[in-house]
Design a protein around this ligand. Structure first.
Ligand SMILES: [Fe+2]
Length: 423
């Protein structure tokens, strides 16, 4: 099939599958039944649909596709196949109850592990299924943010201390840089294939993401009233949304606050701006006489000429390296992890906030869809590429190569940005 294998043993495959499932269940466990009933919005899914879909997706690839088993729930595809069940239809289905859905999830997981075999195909679809579940877990956090639900009952660490301020730009010399995944990189998504060289001019990129203080200065300077700062599409969004500041901000007598799940918290001076869309990021850039990095620039700045898997090298993530995995439960200040830099000196390239890029999400040269055909291809050109992962992103999934993609008007995702100097 041309996929690259990952390296699960039966034990690590089971541990990762169970961990992904426990996280999914923990993200909904505290919700009273009436909170499972969510309004029809384009950016979220019904919660019971979403968790049933996760199990059904894994069942499809790991049990039906690999073993030819019949589905556990007879009409599974008519309920849960995201390519077949249109978004709005998901609100009209006769879905299994919460108890039935969780029972299905348990049965699927048990069966998947019972039939796990250490061959290339099981390796590939295990990674695909776990990452798919991880992505839906992050979506459940967006959903809870959108709906003003409380933060789920997940253990969190205290936000990391900061000892020095991170300021200024990192200089990246011009030249040819490799972008994308190579054979031997382990599991890769189709949109990362394959590595290819791009020619980049020299550029200077901010060492850290834009802070709330910087973004508030743009707001206070009439940023949301000055049409000349906005692109045509950005202006259309701003007018239709009636936006006068970031969607989740409010102004109080003591200063700006942002809504974090079900409560407002004061903006910290050194936290990154989050929940801004690509239009807001671009208008800020025009105001600040800066620009967004392209996707290739971002990857070159993060990975360097040696093509590191992570900004800090090739060793696996730990909580003292980046704000990932939901471990801290929120954004941390931009000065955290100051000693963990990319080869060119950029910090926080992975974790904390997703970062908008200037690039449309496009296929790499020679693109061909992998077995999960609807993963990337339907979204090319219309969606914008984002990089780096947020505090809410599972660490096992993210790397310097990893490409995310969303429509540019989305504000619900945990997204900020960093800027480049205009030469
Ligand atoms: Fe999905």
């Amino acid at each position: 099939m041309g996929e690259t294998i990952s390296t699960f043993s039966p034990e690590t495959a089971a541990a990762a599958s169970i961990d992904a499932r426990e996280r999914t269940l923990a993200l909904v466990a505290d919700l009273r039944d009436e909170l499972l009933d969510v309004p029809l919005l384009q950016t979220i899914n019904p919660i019971l649909w979403e968790i049933g879909h996760v199990a059904s997706f894994t069942e499809f690839w790991m049990l039906r596709h690999l073993h030819g088993f019949a589905p556990i729930i007879e009409n599974a595809d008519a309920l849960y196949d995201s390519a077949k069940v249109a978004h709005d239809t998901r609100w009209t289905l006769a879905l299994p109850s919460r108890v039935q859905t969780i029972d299905f999830m348990h049965r699927q997981l048990e069966r998947t592990l019972a039939h796990w075999t250490d061959d290339e195909r099981h390796q590939y679809f295990t990674a695909l299924s776990i990452f798919h579940e991880d992505m839906h877990g992050e979506a459940l956090l967006y959903t809870r943010q959108t709906l003003r639900y409380p933060y789920p009952r997940l253990e969190t660490l205290a936000l990391p201390d900061t000892v020095q301020r991170v300021e200024g730009d990192a200089y990246v010399p011009g030249g040819r840089y490799w972008i994308g995944a190579r054979a031997g990189d382990g599991f890769v998504f189709d949109n990362e294939k394959w590595a290819h060289e791009v020619e980049l001019g020299a550029f200077s990129i901010a060492r850290r993401p834009v802070t709330t203080t910087e973004f508030a200065a743009f707001v206070e300077d009439g940023g949301y009233r000055r049409d000349e700062l906005w692109s045509r599409a950005g202006l259309a969004w701003r007018r239709s949304a009636g936006a006068q500041h970031p969607t989740y901000w409010r102004r109080t007598a003591s200063g700006w606050e942002r809504r974090r799940f079900d409560r407002y918290v004061a903006l910290r001076e050194r936290e990154p701006v989050v929940h801004v869309n690509a239009y807001e990021a671009e208008a800020y850039c025009v105001w600040a006489q800066r620009r967004l990095p392209t996707e290739a620039e971002w990857e070159a700045a993060a990975a360097g000429p040696a093509r590191r898997r992570y900004p800090w090298g090739d060793t696996a993530w730990a909580p003292d390296l980046a704000n990932l995995d939901g471990r801290y439960g929120d954004v941390c200040d931009v000065d955290a992890f100051a000693d963990v830099a990319s080869p060119f000196g950029c910090t926080q390239m992975l974790g904390n906030v997703w970062e908008w890029t200037a690039s449309a999400f496009e296929p790499y040269p020679g693109f061909a869809p992998d077995p999960y055909r609807e993963y990337s291809q339907p979204w090319f050109s219309t969606h914008r590429a984002l990089r780096g992962g947020a505090w809410s992103t599972r660490a096992r999934m993210i790397s310097n190569r990893w490409r995310n993609f969303y429509l540019p008007h989305r504000v619900d995702i945990f997204t900020g940005f960093r800027t480049c100097a205009i030469e």
